[in-house]
Design a protein around this ligand. Sequence first.
Ligand code: ZN
Length: 229
Amino acid sequence: MDSALISEYKQKIVEAGRFVTSCGVMSLSKHGNISARIPGEDAFLLTAGGTLSELGPENIALYELDGTLVEGAVEPTSAEIVDMHGVVYRLRPDAGGALHTHSPAATSLAVAYEPIPLIYEAMARFDMTDGVPLAGYGPRGSSESVDNIARAIKENPNTGGVLLANHGVLTFAADPMSSVRANVVIEEAAILYMNARAIGQANPIPAHMVGLTQRRRDEFAEMGVQRAS
Ligand SMILES: [Zn+2]
């Protein structure tokens, strides 16, 4: 495997680690793990220990998609959760990065066994039009837990994350940095969902508007930066 490519993607994980610890979604413990798919290879990199804010290349291990360790030294707590990331890359060919945290609002809904419906525009803009489903509980990284994650992903193809019952949240996107942004959107959606229900009801985006929301995003993206003529 191309060692320059591996180094490049380790650096993407290091940068995503710094970003996620700076954007306010972490729980008090600051616990989390981040992975990146190696393009063109049936392999991914995953944090193997250390803290997300101060990762180095030595804290990142290389795995085959089935979870076989190829390179690196992995702490026990990190070894437990390898397949939680592997299942994302096996089921979502479009995923290039995945992140797991215990973001407090999202995890509160995971404890309440409440999936998040499509109630927040940012969810539609991040292609989470199926909402954020709930994966039933199993011990972290176990086959029971991973099977539940797989079912949630298969039943909700248009999502960027899964709530992990009694545990936390798992997000995924085109690259590690985007998986952090997905975590931010889900945490915001979780806060809004709980607050809205506390004062009244949380209303889904009208179904006929969802496609229009995404089309408008795409049209402006295609036009690029607008400048005065
Ligand atoms: Zn966890």
